[in-house]
Write a protein that binds this ligand. Structure first.
Ligand code: GLC
Ligand code: CA
Length: 552
């Protein structure tokens, strides 16, 4: 056993993602702040949270809401300052809550001093901190497309070169081939570790290495910058620093397959503690109303469960700041479906993350005009659709269904003006239906989604089988039902959730009906586990086996 294996507190932990701008505002400027997080720590403690991950709070021109960083070692004024952050760490630690920061090292803002220097001339010492390639405006170095639309290249007529950006043009990618740049990044990481943070969520980490510029795109347009060979060198260097401080690391690692993720998250040799896979977010259906396809969704999750079972570790999530609300795209916006989804993913093996408001059952925002949205990629897509002949109504429908702003509207704290998020004007409008979905009311309702999450989190922590047991998918072909067994030597759990709003009839396998089970959580009345059973829409159950001795 390495030293790392002895420090597995996170295997039994539950994380909570905070989008600080929309969490809680204490000074009435309409923007959530560090003091707002401090104020709500007791709420998080009560919910059963062990660590929080803060989306970026660094100084930023906010082209991509904080993911375009202009100073890696400071806090943006609207959020507070380094002293307030230190206070947050101290208060969180006093409650036994750890704090993870977002680490964005694939790119900087174009307003970062490095890029301001780099842009000045070809022989500037910072030029090579970024990717610059000779070209003409008409003939860019290649035809690769950026994640946010358009070319990955931005032409600079002064130097007759273009620089590379995977996201907005205001987010130039760092050149990881440059050892000096890497040293500066590592020094910055140490600055935060010495500051006392407990870990990082590593943004866009699988994109650090790029394929040679003349690589032709065959099918997958993102292949030239997804986990490209060569990245191991940087990941090993990063790992060496993370290991020194024994911190928790969670990588946003799109393109790292479930097989590869074994290496990435191997408990003794992996680069990172765990990674977020992005595969399960795929949706199908009518434009403007795409939903998660249950069969595909559970097959992706089941594959990740299996591939990482004995080696590696999963980060479990159903929401974040980049996706619409799960209770709208998988649920039917009811309390019942929010609870069903909670059981479905909190029963899996891995470390669950809850995104702010998810524990309330918050749903998508009914945007009425494009002006209500803040995300530039939404505005760009809207324009594109109009230019292609869409009506404003149809374009809005399509854009708003996918909009990242659905999850970025402020948290509903109370049923009052601006949902108790701010005494001023919120930077993004707040939920119109906070009358039903809000912390204050849900806290006193024993049947609320909030209290359901609380019970489920407590249950998960009380039984090691949730973190340790094996996983076996049942009813793999069923289009609506996600059902699986969690087993260890002496215990077994059976999770059974109908992820559709319709009634479904299912046939249970012998390995279930040959044993005795007791329902330990449900969002409906318990049922007898017989060969043929009918589930109503979004019925969900967690059963515990009560004849533990016999083999299955
Ligand atoms: C990640 C973040 C996303 C951001 C992007 C660029 O995907 O989650 O919000 O836009 O990286 O930094
Ligand atoms: Ca504020």
């Amino acid at each position: 056993m390495t030293e790392k294996t002895n420090h597995c507190w996170w295997q039994n932990a539950v994380g909570y993602q905070i989008y600080p701008k929309s969490f809680y505002d204490t000074n009435g400027d309409g923007i959530g702040d560090i003091d707002g997080i401090i104020a709500k720590l007791p709420y998080l403690k009560d919910l059963g949270i062990d660590f929080i991950w803060l989306n970026p709070i660094y100084p930023s021109p906010n082209v991509d809401n904080g993911y375009d960083i202009s100073d890696f070692k400071d806090v943006a004024a609207p959020f507070g300052d380094l002293t307030r952050l230190k206070t947050l760490l101290d208060k969180a630690h006093a409650l036994g809550i750890k704090v993870l920061m977002d680490l964005v090292i694939n790119h900087t803002s174009d307003q970062h001093p490095w890029f301001i220097e780099a842009k000045k001339s070809k022989d500037n010492p910072y030029r090579d901190y970024y990717h610059w390639v000779d070209c003409s405006k008409k003939e860019l170095p290649n035809d690769w497309k950026s994640f946010f639309g358009g070319s990955v290249w931005e032409y600079d007529s002064v130097s007759e070169q273009a620089y590379f950006h995977l996201f907005y043009k205001e987010q130039p990618d760092l050149n990881w081939h440059n050892p000096q740049m890497r040293q500066e990044i590592y020094e910055m990481i140490r600055f935060w570790l010495k500051f006392g943070i407990d870990g990082f969520r590593l943004d866009a980490i699988s994109h650090l290495e790029k394929a040679p510029w003349d690589t032709k795109i065959v099918d997958n347009p993102w292949a030239p910058f997804m986990n490209v060979s060569g990245i191991e060198v940087y990941m090993q260097e990063l790992k060496a620093i993370f290991d020194e401080y024994q911190i928790l690391t969670v990588g946003e690692a799109s393109g790292v397959t479930s097989k590869k993720a074994r290496e990435w998250t191997d408990i003794s040799t992996g680069y990172l503690t765990m990674i977020f896979e992005l595969e399960h977010n795929i949706r199908v259906g009518h434009v403007g109303h795409q939903r998660i396809d249950v069969r595909g969704f559970k097959q992706v999750l089941a594959r990740w469960q299996k591939d990482l079972m004995d080696v590696g570790w999963n980060a479990l999530y159903v929401e974040n700041h980049d996706n619409p609300r799960i209770n709208s795209v998988l649920g039917n916006e009811t309390e019942k479906s929010a609870k069903a989804i909670a059981m479905m993913y909190l029963g899996l093996k891995g470390t669950p993350f809850i995104y702010q408001g998810q524990e309330l059952g918050m749903v998508n925002f009914p945007f009425k005009t494009i002006d209500e949205m803040d995300d530039l990629s939404d505005k760009a897509r809207f324009k594109q659709l109009i230019a292609a002949g869409s009506t404003p109504k149809a374009a809005l429908k399509e854009v708003s269904w996918y909009s990242r702003d659905n999850a970025r509207v402020p948290v509903s704290w109370e049923n009052k003006a601006n949902s108790g998020f701010t005494s001023g004007v919120p930077w993004l409008d707040v939920r119109p239906n906070c009358s039903r979905i809000n912390v204050a009311d849900e806290a006193v309702d024993p049947n609320s989604v909030l209290n359901f999450y609380k019970r489920l989190i407590a249950l998960r922590k009380s039984k090691r089988i949730f973190s340790q047991g094996d996983f076996r998918l049942l009813l793999a072909g069923d289009e609506n039902v996600f059902s699986y067994l969690r087993s260890n030597k002496n215990e077994q759990l059976f999770i059974l959730v109908n992820l559709s709003g319709q009634k479904v009839n299912i046939t249970l396998p012998n390995r279930v009906i040959n044993h005795h089970w007791q329902c330990i959580v449900s969002n409906t009345q318990s049922i007898n586990l017989m060969r043929h059973i009918e589930l109503k829409g979004y019925d969900g159950f967690i059963f515990e086996r009560i004849d533990k001795k016999s083999s299955s």
